[in-house]
Design a protein. Structure first.
Length: 336
């Protein structure tokens, strides 16, 4: 049976307006067949909340707009996602957003831009509001969907002192429901497309082996030694391209030996592997094609060299690495 698509609505609400919007985003998403939708109040950042966001395929962010930006509670949540950003755990999840304020404008666009930039930092895929602006011509009504004319996400407004059962307006709540449905359907379409791509690559469903390799690249980017140690099997076997500078090439045995190779290389060469394509095999190997990009520290000359990495993954650990790259490009950057 196909696993349900999960949409999480992560929100902070101080007066209840954003909570009502969040409930309608959830309802819109949950109304799509094959979708499970959940709301998560960011007032308390519990382990259960983080686990819920981790298992979600899409996260819709919501907060009131205060002083031209999201509330302090939401910003605290955003700052707390730093470890997730370091691991790039939310990369390729779908994201969207909604906000509310008293004023018609209230600089709500800045809050939606904050959400979209947060999503971009996490490598997420942003879904906008696909509605033409309402309430903007002679035949229009305040009860139109998207009455405030937003495109990046949902904007909602309530007058100060308005009745709680009347605010936000029904048109705003229905606009939030529309966003929920759109996020759910776009997430389903994205998941289906990825499944087709994986099948055409010889993968039957999502690959945990690929996820392990992706975490390795993330740990290398930030030089997270603890994460690298956890990912590498203690008896790791490595074959690096012969002829690499500083005797980096050749055969290396053990995780500690490979960590030492990476340390020695980084002392003289500032370089980052940029993966472009992953291919998982049925035997547990992951083949990665990409490009090394960087420069030699002594000369400042750039290095750009294609690579193929072949990883063997067993029980969530990398037990072997085979590297192929153009060693001449590395050595050329070191020439005076």
């Amino acid at each position: 049976m196909e696993q349900a698509t999960v949409v999480a609505v992560a929100f902070h609400s101080a007066t209840g307006h954003v909570r009502k919007l969040a409930d309608h985003v959830r309802a819109g998403a949950a109304g799509v067949t094959g979708v499970t939708a959940e709301t998560w109040d960011l007032q308390h950042l519990t382990d259960e909340l983080w686990a819920g966001l981790e298992r979600a395929d899409a996260i819709v962010f919501g907060a009131p707009t205060y002083m031209g930006g999201p509330s302090a509670t939401f910003k605290h949540f955003a700052d707390a996602t730093l470890p997730i950003w370091l691991r790039q755990d939310w990369r390729t999840k779908v994201a969207a957003g909604f906000t509310h304020s008293q004023a018609m404008s209230g600089d709500k666009l800045n809050t939606l831009q904050y959400f979209s930039l947060l999503s971009a930092q996490h490598g997420m895929v942003w879904v906008n509001l696909d509605l033409l602006p309402g309430w903007c011509n002679d035949d229009a009504s305040i009860d139109d969907l998207n009455r405030l004319g937003a495109f990046l996400g949902v904007m909602s407004q309530s007058n100060s002192g308005g009745r709680s059962d009347m605010n936000p307006r029904d048109s705003d709540l229905r606009t939030a429901e529309h966003l929920g449905r759109r996020v759910a359907r776009e997430t389903q379409a994205l998941r289906a497309g990825r499944t087709v791509a994986q099948v055409h690559s010889g993968i039957d469903g999502p690959s945990s082996e690929v996820a392990v390799v992706e975490r390795l690249y993330g740990a290398l980017r930030t030089w997270d030694v603890a994460a690298l140690t956890d990912l590498l099997d203690p008896n790791l076997h490595v074959e690096l391209t012969a002829g690499l500078p500083y005797n980096l090439g050749g055969t290396h045995h053990g995780a500690e030996s490979m960590l030492d190779v990476w340390r020695r290389g980084a002392e003289s060469i500032a370089i980052t592997p940029e993966p472009a394509e992953y291919l998982a095999t049925t035997g547990g190997d992951v083949v990665v094609q990409g490009t090394y990009v960087g420069h030699a520290r002594a000369t400042g000359r750039p290095i750009r060299a294609a690579f193929v990495h072949i990883f063997t993954v067993r029980d969530e650990h990398i037990v072997a690495i085979h590297q192929l790259t153009d060693s001449q490009r590395w050595n050329a950057a070191l020439e005076p």
